[in-house]
Design a binder for this molecule. Structure first.
Ligand code: PLP
Length: 377
């Protein structure tokens, strides 16, 4: 490892986290769909999910689902009756009308919320001579995708069931904690379960899938309040960054302590070390990104500059320095500034600084061509 910045991917840690998620889900009668978009859909990471027990793989990007298909992955979870079968793929972003044929080709399931899109999927499936499985999304208040009018969802489900021969109504689902920062709880999960039961009564059969959300929906599982009707979760973040995912949601949830937060480590090299004032000198305008940050004058302090920046890692709030006492004070496109005044061991030019990473930094860094990737474990 001699090229910087780089990300060290610890596959053992990813498998460990995936196996924990799998265990928690299984304990609650929930199927674990591994969401691969956060690790840029890297095949080595996908294999960790599968080894950890995922029995479906989901992504918002068709190119990543193509990678899954081309690798010919099968279900490895020994507790499942479908072990050894080809692992199903799920498009977890509502399809674009411009990609319908590829959705039919690459995804066994897709999440949906528009009649015009369902009609297009139906026609494409009929033309290709296959059945495509759809999950209709209920918006339970997070206000991203899905039917906010649940009657419209039920009516659409009945149309899919009775009139669209190219589609199979696999079930319903919801998404939380993405736009509206709404937490999954007993209340909204019960609402989803109720809608599912209502549709089942209308169509006279059970739905295969009732998908209760993403990582944030592990909380009701761990709290022991998840309704039995919820039988699938789509999990990415918890596997990649473990307890760093959202400490506010999972604060005090003991099980999260078992998760590893070192699956992805950013390493960057120190390129300057100097004592500098903490308040800029001169007339304040805007920074490199056109913003007007507030600077606090803390006097002269020792700080270092790293050869990595926002073009690589995004927001500095998504980095957690491993060096005790180090504080990230800012970053521009290709530089990151670290206050080391309170560090007992102060890095010098040429030294390497390490950071644990939150979800969006993992997503950006694994997708960046300028960041070298090293695999261990
Ligand atoms: C990204 C995404 C997920 C996975 O979310 P995590 O927080 O990474 O677990 C699940 N469902 C949908 C629709 C998503 O877009």
């Amino acid at each position: 490892m001699n090229r910087y910045p780089c990300v060290v991917v610890n596959h053992e840690a990813i498998r460990h986290n995936a196996a924990l998620v799998s265990k928690w889900c299984e304990g609650a009668g929930i199927r674990f769909c591994g969401v691969i978009k956060g690790g840029n859909g890297e095949l080595s990471i996908i294999r960790d999910y599968v080894a950890g027990g995922a029995s479906m793989l989901g992504s918002s990007r068709l190119a990543q689902l193509r990678r899954v298909r081309e690798a010919g992955l099968t279900i490895e979870n020994p507790n499942r009756a479908d072990k050894g079968e080809r692992i199903p793929t799920v498009l977890i972003r509502v399809p674009m009308l411009s990609e319908i044929d590829e959705v039919i080709e690459l995804a066994d399931y897709s999440l949906n919320s528009e009649m015009v899109t369902l009609k297009a999927l139906n026609e494409a499936a009929l033309k290709a001579g296959v059945k495509h499985k759809v999950v209709l999304m209920a918006d339970l208040g997070d206000l991203r995708e899905g039917y906010i009018d649940h009657n419209e969802l039920v009516e659409t489900a009945i149309v899919v069931e009775n009139e669209m021969d190219g589609l199979i109504l696999a079930g319903i689902g919801t998404n939380l904690g993405c736009y509206g920062s709404i937490m999954a709880d007993e209340n909204n999960m019960t609402q989803l379960a109720d809608i599912a039961e209502y549709i089942e009564a209308k169509i006279g059969r059970e739905l295969e899938i009732v998908s209760g959300g993403a990582t944030s929906s592990l909380k009701p599982v761990l709290d022991g309040v998840m309704p039995a009707k919820i039988n699938m979760l789509r999990i990415g973040a918890a596997i990649l960054d473990g307890p760093l995912d959202d400490v506010r949601i999972f604060y005090g949830v003991e099980e999260m302590d078992e998760m590893r937060d070192d699956a992805f480590i950013l390493k960057a090299q120190v390129i300057e070390r100097k004592l500098k004032p903490t308040h800029p000198i001169g007339t304040l305008g805007v920074d490199a990104f056109g913003k007007k940050p507030v600077y606090i004058d803390r006097g002269i302090r020792e700080r270092i500059l790293l050869g990595v920046g926002r073009q690589d890692h995004g927001d500095i709030d998504d980095l957690v320095p491993c060096l005790e006492g180090a504080q990230i004070v800012g970053a521009s496109g290709d530089h990151t500034i670290i206050d080391i005044e309170e560090c007992s061991q102060k890095p010098v030019v040429g030294d390497i600084m390490e950071f644990k990473l939150k979800y969006s930094a993992i997503m950006r860094l694994t997708a960046s061509e300028d960041v070298k990737r090293y695999d261990i474990g």
